[in-house]
Design a protein around this ligand. Sequence first.
Ligand SMILES: *[C@@H]1O[C@H](CO)[C@@H](O)[C@H](O)[C@H]1NC(C)=O
Ligand SMILES: *[C@@H]1O[C@H](CO)[C@@H](O)[C@H](O)[C@H]1NC(C)=O
Length: 467
Amino acid sequence: MALGSSFGFSLSAPQSSFILSIMFICLFQVHFSHLSLSDSDGARFIKMFAEVFENRAFRPVKNFSQTLDINITIYLHAILGLDEKQEILTTYIWMEQSWFHEFLIWDPSDFSGKDLVALPTEMLWLPDTLIIEMVDEDKSPDTPYLYVHHTGQVIYGKPLRIVSSCNLNVLYFPFDIQKCPLTASPIVFHDQDVKLHLIQTSENITSESKKIFASKGEWELIQIEANEQNYMGDWAIYRSILLEVMIKRRPMFYIVNLLIPSAFLMVTDIMSFYLPTHSFDRASFKMTLMLGYSMFLIIVKDLLPSNSAHTPLIGIFFLVSLTFMVTSLFETILIINVIHQNAKQRKAVPAWMRTIILNYGAKLFWRREEQRVYHQISHSPRAANTTDQDSEMKSSGPVEINILQGLLRKIAEEVEEIKQCMERYDQEREVEKEWLQIGHILDCFLHSVYLIFFAAFLLTLSVAWLK
Ligand SMILES: *[C@@H]1O[C@H](CO)[C@@H](O)[C@H](O)[C@H]1NC(C)=O
Ligand SMILES: *[C@@H]1O[C@H](CO)[C@@H](O)[C@H](O)[C@H]1NC(C)=O
């Protein structure tokens, strides 16, 4: 009604609604035709560069003899693992390549001022840059798009999950630093066709990588050294980028699980020297300790980098520790033999052993010599007594007393015999005590030698480790 009256004629209600709907349809059609797909920026872009997209098989240069320069940027995102047995390093890196496409140039004002356009990767020629050390199939995620700048610059970024071989040196495990190379190089295009250029400095790559380095796991990134280099192929030279990734192991896990338990067992072994040999079964104690250590070695075997080319120092440490334990067991057997066997057979202590061990050894280890003094004291009064008795007996002359004298002599002989018996017993006890003392001094001496050797071993090892 209102619409009709404004134009000076009147329309019924159904007529006006019909005209309104016609007008709406016309309006939409005008709008749709303006938005038609064939007229969009994208369609015009594709139409404009159709030839470029068709010829994506060839490098984007005007002249075949021209070299394509590719700028490359690499960052290390994470170290996913290092397999010492197979010498394999798994890393995750970000690689961005950019080059100039000589035919993909436009004026941004033609395309609503757009100067950066994302295109599917399969529409353009792509370099075949790969990491040469790769030993496993590429499980990197696909990147479906790349960016093209209106100046023709193509920016192609790609994450790479790299399983690469790396020559490891596990000698200083778990305090080792590994250096693994990653060489980014074209597989087919040699240096007359494609040249890779590194546009960052090593410091730049290192600091950026450290900033984004995600994992706080076993490995700590120390440095990445990057260089351009020429890689000699069979019949051409390839221009490639060599990255040397330096990583350091965080040793805490291994210190807690390998070194400290082993050190505890070793200290127990050293302390067990203070157990008395004659009244305690030290040998079986040491045997148990050795058994415990062997069990420990079996359990931790899987934690060690078992690589036949280099035996890690820690393996030598375990082996030498076991050797020390075996040696200390042998020492205990020797001491037990000296003390018990010789004492039971009641062999006299040889003179040389007496002078060397009981004189010098005792002085060296501050051992007192009470037994020998006791022996000398017990010896002298006995000799004096018998001679006195004999002379007294002979001096009393009368015959009546002869019987009594004979009786007394007999008694004296018996007593003498008992004395001799006691003396023999004393001597045996004394021999036993002497052997015991020899055993103690020998034990002290061997323990000191053991300690000296062990200290020297620890010193050598720590110097080697911390060097
Ligand atoms: C291609 O480039 C090379 C050097 O870059 C030049 O010598 C040669 O004449 C060029 N060829 C054509 C057809 O433009
Ligand atoms: C490559 O790097 C050089 C030097 O930084 C720069 O001049 C050039 O424009 C870069 N090329 C591309 C395609 O990014």
